[in-house]
Design a protein. Structure first.
Length: 96
């Protein structure tokens, strides 16, 4: 059974296909629902392009849901924290 995840982006144009580090929320029903984790994953617009892919729902920073889900294949889970000075933009720290 395929799992479902959710991620947020500032702009839909910022989300590109390929391998990347991304924050996701687990949408699996149960006590772990909505747990957030940082992962290294391969994402693509269609599950046809990725074997054994799970569903990735994408929302804008304002919470608007993209009309079609993406596909995600998690390569590995990353640490629960991002190294960097406190109160900085997490996305700029991740790109360093």
């Amino acid at each position: 059974m395929s799992k479902e995840y959710l991620t947020y982006v500032r702009k839909y144009a910022d989300l590109t296909e390929g391998e990347r580090d991304i924050f996701i929320k687990d949408l699996t029903p149960g006590p772990r629902k909505y747990d957030t984790k940082q992962v290294r994953a391969i994402i693509t617009r269609s599950a046809e392009n990725l074997s054994e892919a799970d569903t990735l729902w994408v929302r804008s920073e304002m919470g608007v849901l993209a009309p079609e889900p993406w596909a995600i294949k998690i390569i590995k889970e990353l640490p629960d924290y991002v190294v960097g000075p406190p109160y900085t933009d997490v996305f700029s720290v991740m790109n360093k």
